[in-house]
Write a protein that binds this ligand. Structure first.
Ligand SMILES: Cc1cc2nc3c(=O)[nH]c(=O)nc-3n(C[C@H](O)[C@H](O)[C@H](O)COP(=O)(O)OP(=O)(O)OC[C@H]3O[C@@H](n4cnc5c(N)ncnc54)[C@H](O)[C@@H]3O)c2cc1C
Length: 498
């Protein structure tokens, strides 16, 4: 098995997209099979050596940054297995180190769709599973969890577990018994918290009464086992897509449009109005975000106070009717239709998608120019709390005088607030404001992370959400799978809870 201990060769395994500094490890190992991965873990458990699992390093919360021990890199677990089409879509099997881009390419070449789309396609499939990755299309398709049918997991003890959905469930008392073969089993007690009832949630272990054991590993951020193989459900690829970037001169009207588009989409999906308006993505840009984008996109109307990017899947038979339905809905909410942009062919759609992706890139460039770190939120709140939460973000930030942009997945009540400090003093104010946003999100029944997870940099916020006792219960659950506490140390909760 390949190992690297030369500091220059190891460097790229000691960080991730969070820019969390100080990562260090004794060596990086590259298992090529599930058995090799399990062997590494067995030895590490026996010696009490910490193991940090590495995917592609696109995570933004420091989850794969090691602070000691060894790194288990999944790069060489990179084979694509069987992809099978069936009546309702299909299924595909991949190893953990296959990139999302490669998997999507294979799947789409067979006329199929793997819906999870966390923007950054260079991530590994294993990384997307343990972060339960989501993105713009989650509004229609849900997060990664919904598509995972079976996982092969190398446990810290050196056992290999193959677990399919529908095989093992928690009992009424929250106890899980996962058979390992030869009469052995893992016996674990689920923590007693209730997860926030938001459309998206990615903070801490997934816990629900009577839950499927498979769901515990999805979103476990490298703390319960190493995912080595994944079987995912696939859907038929949509025939066509209609998309638009629509501008509003009044934010209240924009918010009313979002509520109406969401209600119509949910009705369609519930089967009440089949074949009608059904957004796949509903993405928001506030007035500050549009100001940021104007330099690159001078055709953004001068009086626009916000914009929505939407996507709708179509067929040849429905495209015209659906375009009319969207135009009618937009007109009812006073969208600036003449100044808005629409696309039905692939070339124009790429332009609109580029517009959506341009903002985070421009923000990162701005941050780099000012030598600061952006302060970026990931909270989501229940439907009824969203409008007031958005107002709270804006009022607080306007009063602070700090520069900011607000954008993102408004269909799921999940917008990212990026605060852009110019110096250290502003950075301290930005962090204090972030704390206030967290307190408000928790108080309104929201989550502290809707999609990026907790990793090492959001642990304090998880404590604000669940409290110490529940963090201790999470640590006890981890010990049931990882008695020597070697895996993903410092992710989700600190070592003081072990
Ligand atoms: C520009 C940009 C945009 C992004 N947009 C989104 C978005 O819209 N939605 C979203 O959800 N995310 C987004 N992300 C975050 C990121 O892409 C996801 O979190 C991704 O799923 C992480 O995959 P990875 O392979 O890079 O994992 P890593 O960063 O390598 O690891 C992430 C965590 O998973 C653990 N891990 C990795 N592989 C395994 C494995 N096989 N078994 C056990 N543990 C493992 C690591 O230890 C770590 O804790 C974005 C990131 C960037 C840079």
């Amino acid at each position: 098995m390949l190992e690297k201990s030369n500091p220059d060769e190891m460097q790229s395994y000691l960080s991730d997209a969070s820019n969390l500094a100080g990562g260090h490890a004794a060596r990086v190992v590259f298992p090529e099979t599930a058995e090799e991965a399990a062997g590494v873990l067995r030895e590490a458990s026996a010696a009490g050596i910490a193991v940090t699992v590495s995917g592609a390093g696109t995570g933004v919360v420091g989850g794969r940054v090691p602070f000691g021990g060894i790194v288990l890199a999944t790069d060489k677990l990179n084979r694509i297995g069987e992809i099978v089409a069936d009546e309702g879509g299909g299924r595909g099997t991949v190893e953990a180190g296959v990139t999302l881009a490669d998997f999507r390419r294979e799947v789409e070449s067979r006329g199929l769709l793997y819906p999870p789309d966390p923007t950054e396609w260079s991530c590994y499939m294993g990384g997307t599973v343990v972060t339960n990755a989501s993105g713009a299309r989650t509004f229609k398709y849900g997060a990664t969890r919904r598509y995972i049918r079976r996982l092969k997991i190398a446990l810290a003890t050196g056992d290999l577990l193959s677990l399919a959905r529908g095989e093992v469930f928690a009992d009424a008392g929250g106890r899980l018994r996962i058979p390992l073969g030869a009469g052995r089993a893992i016996n674990a007690q689920l923590p007693a918290y209730r997860m926030p009832q938001t459309r998206k949630h990615a903070a801490g272990y997934y816990v629900e009464p009577g839950m499927d054991a498979l769901d515990l590993f999805i979103g476990s951020e490298g703390t319960l086992g190493v995912v080595v193989e994944i079987e995912a459900a696939l859907l038929p690829k949509p025939e066509g897509v209609l998309s638009g970037v629509v501008f509003f001169t009044d934010e209240e009207k924009l918010l009313a449009f979002v509520r109406a588009a969401r209600a119509a989409s949910l009705d369609t999906r519930a089967g009440n109005v089949p074949g009608e308006l059904d957004a796949r993505a509903l993405e928001f840009f506030d007035a500050e975000a549009l100001n940021f984008l104007r330099e690159k996109y001078p055709s953004i109307p001068a009086d626009a106070q916000g914009a929505i990017f939407f996507e709708q899947e179509t067929t040849e038979a429905t495209e015209e009717r659906l375009m009319d339905a969207w135009l009618a809905l937009l007109e009812r909410h006073d969208a600036a239709l003449d100044a808005s942009w629409f696309a039905t062919d692939e070339r124009d759609q790429v332009r609109l998608r580029d517009f959506r992706h341009a903002l985070p890139v421009l923000v990162n460039e701005w941050i780099a120019r000012h030598g600061q770190r952006k302060v970026s939120t990931d909270m989501s709140v229940p439907d009824e709390a969203f409008a007031a939460m958005l107002r709270f973000y804006q009022d607080t930030l306007r009063a602070s005088g700090l520069q900011y942009v607000i954008f993102g997945h408004i269909g799921d009540n999940h917008v990212h607030v990026n605060i852009l400090p110019r110096d250290q003093a502003q950075a301290a104010t930005a962090r204090e404001i972030y704390g206030r946003f967290i307190a408000r999100a928790v108080a309104t029944g929201g989550t502290i992370s809707a999609e990026h997870g907790v990793g090492k940099i959001k642990r304090d916020y998880l404590r604000a959400l669940y409290g110490d006792e529940h963090l201790r219960q999470m640590a006890a659950l981890k010990r049931a799978f990882d008695p020597a506490c070697i895996l993903g140390r410092g992710n989700i909760f600190g070592e003081e809870y072990f």
